[in-house]
Design a protein around this ligand. Sequence first.
Ligand code: UT7
Length: 342
Amino acid sequence: MSDTTVPATGHRLTAPPVTGYARFLSTGSYRPERVVPNSEIVDRIDSSDQWIRERSGIESRRFARPDESVVDMAEAASRVALERAGLTGADIDVVLVATVTHPYQTPSAATLLAHRLGATPAAAFDISAACAGFCYGVALANDMIRAGTARHVLLVGVEKLTDFLDLDDRGSAFIFGDGAGAVVVGPSDTPGIGPTVWGSDGAQWDAIVNKQSWVEYRDSGHEEWPALKMAGQTVFRWAVWQMSPVAQKALDAAGVAIGDLGAFIPHQANVRIIDAMVKQMGLPEHVPVSRDIATSGNTSAASVPLAMDRMLAEGEAKSGDLALLIGFGAGLAYAAQVVELP
Ligand code: UT7
């Protein structure tokens, strides 16, 4: 072929022009009923309520019931978000579920969720980006809507981390919790989602990782359940030093001055990480910061949408405000963007 843009047949592809924008239409969340205070965790890891509060900011977290699944929790959060958007499952073109705790290698949690919501035949798949998963999903939903691949996207961040929690592991037993947060993303005349700044660092692949693979688990005669383990200090340092510049880049890419934010909603990993980011970024005092971690723990992919839904519900942030979102964790993967709150 002499002309690389025109195939020998002379036929060209047609594709819709990128014309519109996208925005969050609604949020929804689901928090399991059972509140688990630090006092229930401390004995098995020789810790104390005071140590956990001082080192992580966590006072309590929610644990799902044994019979409550990732899909159950995702469904509950999604139904709230759909109702608030004035839509039904039938209006949804794509279902995205960010999770690392759906206990089936295949099929995805998203296909079952789509079926339960009557969102068939929506395209549906899971996103495996751990604590960055929700913000990865925001990037995908935005791009799909802008490119015309979808009109309405349902995006859920959901985790049942208790299924992969070693309650005897001092480094992680007190950190994690369960829950689900959802958003409906739809078309908009004005930009409602800013450019995503994202990336990963696989050199630190083993900083937060299952103790072994499913294959190793099988071959060892089920010796040790593949619970999550975390090199806490390594991740802590990475998050504190690497994530503020990422957040700043997301602000710059969106053309938003830090003082114009109506909310800062970072991944709820550790309140000390949140406080360090606030300081490094020079976030003005008038910008509310989510500290949902105190009563939710670290819910990985669910943490940002849970925190966002709570800020809106409690009037800490309001519809139309600009919020800076950032997710970061296992991978190590990260993503940040500025969004207009629904
Ligand atoms: O969501 C994905 C991203 N995840 C994160 O961003 C988590 C990042 N990491 C962290 O949040 C923190 O590293 C932890 C909260 C997990 C741990 O806090 P830390 O300040 O890094 O604790 P450390 O591991 O440096 O341990 C400090 C001390 C040690 O004692 P010495 O050596 O100072 O005497 C530990 O033995 O605290 C001791 N320690 C504990 N004490 C009571 C470690 N774990 C515990 C515990 N209870 N559970």
